[in-house]
Design a binder for this molecule. Sequence first.
Ligand SMILES: [Zn+2]
Length: 655
Amino acid sequence: MQKTRSYLMLLALLALVCACSKNDGAGGVASDVAPATIATNQEFEKNLKLDDPQDFEDAKRGFIAKPSGKILAADGSVLTDFDAFNFVQGKAPATVNPSLWRHAILNAQIGLFKVADGIYQLRGFDIANMTLIEGKTGWIVVDTLTAKESAAAALSFARKQLGDHPVSAMIFTHSHADHFGGALGVISADEAAKRGIPIIAPVGFMDEATSENVLVGTAMARRSEYQFGRNLERSPKGMVDTGLGKGVVYGGLGILPPTKQISEVNEDMTVDGVHFIFHNVPGAEAPAELTFNLPEMKAYGGAENLAQTMHNLLPIRGAKARDSLRWSEYMQQALDDNADTEVYFGQHNWPIWGHERIKQFITMHRDVYKYTHDQAVRLMNQGYTPREIADMIKLPKSLDTYFGARGYYGDLRHNLKEVYQFYLGAYDGNPANLNPLPPQESAKRYLELMGGAQKATTAAQAAYDKGDYRWAAELLNQVVFGQPDYHPAQELLARTYEQMGYAAESATWRNSYLTAAQELRNGPPKKGISRAAAIEMMAQTPVERFLEAMAASLNGPAAEGKDLTINLVLSDTKESYVLWIENAVLHFRKAAPVTDANATLTMTKGLFIKTLAGAGSVKDTLMSDDLKVDGSRIDLVRFFSLLDKAPGNFAIVTR
Ligand SMILES: [Zn+2]
């Protein structure tokens, strides 16, 4: 009995980095568009040539067939509904920025497309594209989408249209999950090994891919719900796009280790009879990334350093700040590499044909990132701070009117702040911000000074009526934080965010504002995003990454004065680690079990991962022969009770 109880507690505590099942997606009563929002959106219509037909021709060019219906998960839940965005057509509704609407229509051109002789793309099966290149014996698959289910659906759709060709090679352009997560939907690990399929990726790919989401994955996943509008209804008052494509498919995530790594600036390689020149371009859009030329086809695969939008220097879900200068340098390199290229295709959005237009496309991206970088630095050196810089800089007209680099995914203002953060950090140098009160504490005091919640909300209403939404949001945020039970402020803030969302040109900003509004009305989701779906990828993640995450979940104050040592033995991989707490810090090292440990926990790596991912039932685990405890069970439970659990559904806009 004691054993069972200890195990139960242990399992509950082990599930520290994960949370549970699907979101709840509660709807809210979204407000109607306000006159000031209409006026803002009309400016976009006036100032941009939204009816320029070129992009529409490109997005439709080479169309072969469009999928319909749904992609389902094994449990029958809907992962993708191909018809969900059928409403995205015609004139922009008043609740969507017309420039974003135009972009959303372009991304709604989904299906199988012929890009050039021997090059096909599947768009709209996931947020990214799958590219198929005809080799001598089969298809060279470039990127495998986010999920096993979406990748399998894309490939089978292509086979139905183009014939039942085998996969002869795989290329992962970079270490972001939307480009490799569906690998096992394309080919099983066994088949890939048996047939000796070359799997090509940039150097560092495996480390970056498997570690990116472990340590701060919970916070990032939660914040990504804002960025991608995961819980929003697909509707004119909800989610219409992400900028890079339609929704991310939250299905089974896996990975295949590369057999060939690209580490040179120019690397010639013949892959299934096709001549590639690969370029290693790390540390810009992703920590590990490659692009490639197909010289005989005069084609350029730009991976994600290029897309039909300004990219993020720092996604609003949170990430390490990216190097805009290096990004711009890669664009110059790309210009040099593509002197006679006739077709560009990326792993998001649609391709571009014609040498001059490709040159213009790359040039615009080069200069948008460099202008952003240089102008932010110029103002930094004059003493301006992030919020000031973000308001001061506009792009020159030549860059600003180029649709292919407008801020549909990234946003200039956020990118300018990123440049500041990249070089100088989040602190603006003003000691008023060196040790300010926490937001809720200062909100309470401001509220008192403003004469209470009602008065502040009245002032915010006046700002709202004038279309001064930024000020209204700032005031109302103080009320919501300072007096969380004052509902009129929550409702007005929800309406304010909705107007900001309706007017936002960036899809990620729109999604964030509208998600915030939804959560002000309904609260945060009941559950965080499950990690169980990523179990096939986690199996490839080095144990050290999980132990780092475990250490970073140690409750410091609770661990003060504790002195515990635990041996962790993974019986199947023959790895063993010694974990110990010292100075309220959890350390680990790979070593043979020590004799003076408080306890020794022996389990298979599979069970260890399964437990971390929260997959499988507690009962199965308990009955499993894969787990054994020696030494003091009480100490083991004491050890695990010091680890905090992060359910991943924390409040962001409410308190
Ligand atoms: Zn991507």
